[in-house]
Ligand binder design. Structure first.
Ligand SMILES: Cc1ncc(COP(=O)(O)O)c(C=O)c1O
Length: 305
């Protein structure tokens, strides 16, 4: 990761190398924090942030789940996000807001601790690589399952939740795959380590529902709205691992991964072992929306100028 110029920290723009946290930060020890990942796109009208307000609403919702009080209004933080991108120039394509319990006690109870908030941005490029974006990613089913809804608050983007994804991703990379497929606590398909999953069979699109322990992705929601425009309904339902083995197509969605076709799961080719026509149609349609080429969804873009 290349450093950028400034990071917004607790209300001030701070130099990249000075944006540090105290070693006794609660969020560092116990994962008591929440974060977002937001994309910036280059359009004909300059840089635009994709679904900024929706991401920041999820940020506040995630904070609410862990009882973290964010001492800024939604409008103020949306403006701060835009300002960070403006200050750091045209090369950035990804924004990372984070809020976390600060220092003051070493115990687990965070309730009296101060809330710290930061917003950074950087260049990410294609999350899993150019080849994967074009030709499809290779997945393995992780031996680490998602915790049950009784064990974790999985609809919230809580820092501590992500150690489960980190374990799965380490396993996938060690086995030479691009990404891990995660099953939920009863063995149904949940999602990738940082992406939601869709499958296509006989022209029908399905995706796991919220009860499968997924994060309610903003990209997933965008596809749920976009797919009917292309003539496809999407059913939210339980999906089994072996259904994926006989699917015509599988694709992942996420802010970082965007719409990412899957060409192989557990060494088995999916469909023809290359991105299928419906995945490609959806990938193209999503890309047009993010580049400001679809008037219907113009309200999803927040222009910097
Ligand atoms: C676990 C998990 N699932 C799904 C997603 C996709 O969500 P979004 O499309 O909002 O980026 C993400 C990324 O934020 C994630 O971390």
């Amino acid at each position: 990761m290349e450093p950028t110029k400034k990071i917004w920290m607790d209300g001030k723009m701070v130099d990249w190398e000075k944006a540090n946290v105290h070693v006794l930060t609660h969020g560092l020890h116990y994962g008591g924090g929440v974060f977002e990942g937001i994309r910036v796109y280059e359009t004909a009208k300059g840089q635009a942030i994709f679904r900024l307000r929706d991401h920041m609403i999820r940020f506040y919702d995630s904070a609410k789940v862990i009882e973290l009080k964010i001492p800024y209004s939604l409008d103020k933080l949306c403006e701060a996000v835009k300002e960070v991108v403006r200050v750091n120039g045209p090369k950035v394509d990804y924004i990372r807001p984070i809020a976390y319990y600060g220092t003051g006690a070493v115990g687990l109870n965070p309730i009296r601790l101060p809330t710290k908030v930061a917003i950074a941005c950087m260049f990410m490029g294609p999350y899993l690589g150019d080849d994967q974006q074009r030709n499809g990613a290779r997945l393995i089913t992780s031996s680490w399952e998602k915790p049950s809804n009784r064990a974790a608050a999985l609809n919230a983007k809580i820092c501590g939740n992500y150690i489960n994804s980190v374990l799965a991703r380490l396993e996938a990379v060690r086995k030479g795959a691009d990404e891990a497929l995660m099953l939920d606590s009863v063995g149904n398909v949940a999602e990738g380590t940082g992406e939601n999953l869709f499958m296509v069979k006989n022209g029908r699109i399905s995706t796991p529902g919220m009860a499968s322990g997924i994060l309610g992705g903003i990209t997933r929601d965008s596809i749920l709205q976009l797919a009917p425009d292309l003539g496809f309904g999407v059913t939210e339902r339980n999906i089994t691992r072996s259904e994926l083995f006989v699917a015509d197509e599988v694709f992942l969605t996420g802010t970082a991964a965007e719409v990412l076709p899957v060409r192989e799961i557990d060494d088995r080719p999916i469909g023809g072992g290359k991105p299928g026509p419906i995945s490609l149609k959806i990938q193209r349609a999503f890309s047009e929306v993010t580049k400001g080429k679809n008037k219907k969804y113009a309200h999803w873009l927040d222009y910097l100028k």
